[in-house]
Design a protein around this ligand. Sequence first.
Ligand code: GLN
Length: 532
Amino acid sequence: MTKYIVVTGGVLSSLGKGIVTASIANLLSRSGYSVTAIKIDPYINIDAGTMNPYAHGEVFVTDDGAETDLDIGHYERFLGKSLSRANNITTGQIYLSVIEKERRGDYLGECVQVIPHITNEIKARIREVSKSQGADIAVIEVGGTVGDIEGLPFIEAMRQLRLEEGFNNVLYIHVALVPYLKSVGEIKTKPLQHSVQELRRIGVQPDIIIARGEKPLSDEARRKISLFTNVQPDMIFSDPDVDNIYRVPLILHSQGLTRKISERLGLPYREPDLSSWEVFVDKLDNASRRVKIYMVGKYTKVRDSYISIVEAVKHASAEYMAKPEITWVEATDIENGKIDPEGLLDRDAGYIVLPGFGRRGAEGKIKMLRLLRENNMVTLGICFGLQLMAVEVARNLAGLERASSTEIDPHTPHPVVDLLEDQKKITKLGGTMRLGLTRSRLVKGTLVHSLYGSIEVYERHRHRYEVNPKYIDKLENVGFIVSGYSDEGFPDFMEMKGYRFFIGTQAHPEYRSRPLSPSPLFLGLIRSIVGL
Ligand code: GLN
């Protein structure tokens, strides 16, 4: 039987509710329970795949090829295990399946309504995922904030869940902002009071409150929150701003959260084993070295656009007792001459040319890549980054004039990067890329092979284009060799032979990087920078 923990948010979005959810999952899984985490996104899209990262943050990809909300990435990193397509539920998915059932005649004779049909579908999905993943505990994060019209059916479904599963089997945690007002030097609890009132109005009395804020919660603020929300003071937890998100489980645990959750759910308390996690967190916080990383991409103004890559850099850096210092480079600024890329060259730094789509900014990245290659800089190209490495080498080393990717120039005389054959027939853009975990075979003697230490490797993918196999000979002849092939014979990894570290991958190794098991490619990148 599964116990359910429902996490709702109040006052503001982007509060770090995903990190709180991931932290709770982390603590319970380290207590020896089998835990899964589910994200509910109340938008009508079926998945995050068709959304702009500028507005919505990174699209995360699971082993089974789902394009999900970035919180699934946090859950995987904090849980240390892979989740599936079923762990991200959207309004679009729920309505699609209810409408399909209606058309099939499953509800013959009935008027199909939000209550009970939509809410039943929501509960059924949650139970299904929890059961199929053998979860003792499922932590469910309801996206958005209490009071959003689109979130209502989900919160209503969560209210019904306790009614059906029993009081001790469902726990409600409300995460809300408690702002610190500088002008009066005071913590203000009123917005949180209002969001709890709204939650109660729709039938949910939170058991636990987690107060997010710049500063730790004062005793007085805690008393006030308790009085107005009907939650005991010892069930109110403080989650102040921290630089290191991986510290959040430790902060919450030190206040007794794990014990309180166990008590409320009627589970025997087991002390979580946090030793290896603490070692990792301390390494990051106490790192004596600095590693400088330049991230070249689009949408670099929004931190969340490449969140898994930033986290993968942290995981690998911690391993070398180093703290990353990231400088974002906007490729469109290189393209239009606002930035001089020569000024960015630094032998003691590393460069990541980021994934991307479309023409804008691509020539800026190519310009940067040329300088990085010519100066033997430590460089990792991810997905689009690899594709543009191939284009740059084709143009400037192999002498193939106007070589390009057909994504950038459909009429190029040298389509060094081209659409995958089976992609040419595709007309629908949602969920149709090459997605998810696939196998690559590495070439012995390459740098990539030495980094992974095995011939068969598995990484996740998200792309439509590939380095064109017809050009492999020409690229290899000038030193840009294939270090790993997909089962279909496409280059999944390439590298400049004999260089310090000039590697491109068609895969997204960042998605599988975890705090306690960093990605081999990222480890190699950081090691090449720190020179060990
Ligand atoms: N736009 C490229 C493609 O579709 C690269 C995608 C990516 O970087 N994720 O193949």
